[in-house]
Design a protein around this ligand. Sequence first.
Ligand SMILES: Cc1cc2nc3c(=O)[nH]c(=O)nc-3n(C[C@H](O)[C@H](O)[C@H](O)COP(=O)(O)OP(=O)(O)OC[C@H]3O[C@@H](n4cnc5c(N)ncnc54)[C@H](O)[C@@H]3O)c2cc1C
Length: 437
Amino acid sequence: MIPDTTEVLVIGSGIAGLSAALAAARNGAEVTIATKASRPSGASTWWAQGGIAVARDAPDLFKRDIAAASSHTSDPEALDVLVEHADAAVRDVLLDTLNVDFDADAAGFDFGREAAHSADRILHVDASTGKHIHVPLLRHVSAHDRVTLLEDTTAWDLLVTGTTVGGAWLESGDTVTACRAGATVLATGGIGALYGVSTNPDGATGDGVAMALRAGAETADLEFVQFHPTVCVAHGDPFLVSEAVRGEGAHLRNAHGERFMPDVHPDAELAPRDVVARAVEQEHERTGQVVLDVSPLNFSGTFPDLAALCDEHDIDPSTGIPVQAAEHFLCGGVDVDTRGRASLDRLYAAGECARTGVHGANRLASTSLLEGLVWGLRAGADAAASAIQVATRAADRSSVRRRERPTASARASASSASLPSRSAAVWRPSGVRRRPT
Ligand SMILES: Cc1cc2nc3c(=O)[nH]c(=O)nc-3n(C[C@H](O)[C@H](O)[C@H](O)COP(=O)(O)OP(=O)(O)OC[C@H]3O[C@@H](n4cnc5c(N)ncnc54)[C@H](O)[C@@H]3O)c2cc1C
């Protein structure tokens, strides 16, 4: 049942929301997580493939790679926070708390490398890292004494008084409840479902950004959308072929069998994602097809999960995996500072719905799980402190005025059922190569 009050309300149960809930609970707050997902696969986190990058012993090189991939549009202060907290956060949560079994051999972790990384620094579990992180994190956080997880529960709007956020309207079954909170953390993920072709799950409808905008919070960089260059669309069901496959030596070829990336960028297939995505889109249009030629590597031995996915989709990798560019990641979002604080009081955002400044215009591969983890922990800790302070001022709670309850028709028009008609309108002006409408 949805509670009327909670100290910290977290909206979303991907890596960002769960990390925020964990940190808030560790810092003594009572936490309610509302998530519209009924299964872990409702979050992009579950689908993550390549892995999670760490700094190892070269933090400056890591920062340089992220900044270069963004064409130097990322925010240096945000980069410092991400990189300086990366290894400690991964060690604390993923290794010491969850015991994630990252691929390793006798010499230690098998650090991978993906496009535009200049060092081997990516922890992974085969090419299905997300589920190996998400499932134990979900289990661990939902078992915490101070955490209540509400599944199949959708947040529709924030409760706002002036410039202060005091919780959200939550819907479960036929009931819509105003859940008042000392602090509210948006962790609703991306916007992929607004596009015709995306790697994201269907629930990635940009709800957190929309709620923040309606409440009057600042957003930034919403035009910075990342497209993944190697998405296989078979039988209308897109699946991502991780950059790690190109990292292991796979080549992109057009319909004439020509390898085109060496003429586009000195790093060829390992150029930054935006460069590869535009080239793939262009060759697709020019020649009619682009395939990922996996013959230079032992594909099924190195990527058994991807080989199984190809099999499920009747694709024979030995003849090349047909690929195209598809929406993948929102770099912008709710504008937050280094503690995840948004421009409205007691409102926080973390993960893909937040704009921390780390990614600038283009995200470096395998840095978003890390950003969700680091900012989730920071936002959760700060939210706990702010919520506990509010709770000591009882009068403050009663002063949070209820916003108008969202009507059934408003909820229906914002639901993913109305999305197909929108996706075509989104692709043309804000696709891989933008065209005027
Ligand atoms: C196929 C794929 C592969 C990827 N591979 C990698 C990778 O290898 N490495 C990497 O770093 N990143 C990768 N990414 C990106 C990364 O997975 C995501 O950016 C990251 O997981 C986002 O985490 P999040 O917690 O912000 O959002 P999500 O994990 O998407 O979670 C969002 C949550 O919010 C809930 N929600 C949404 N709206 C509402 C609402 N209104 N009310 C209640 N709940 C709501 C959803 O149900 C979900 O639980 C990949 C993404 C995809 C799709």
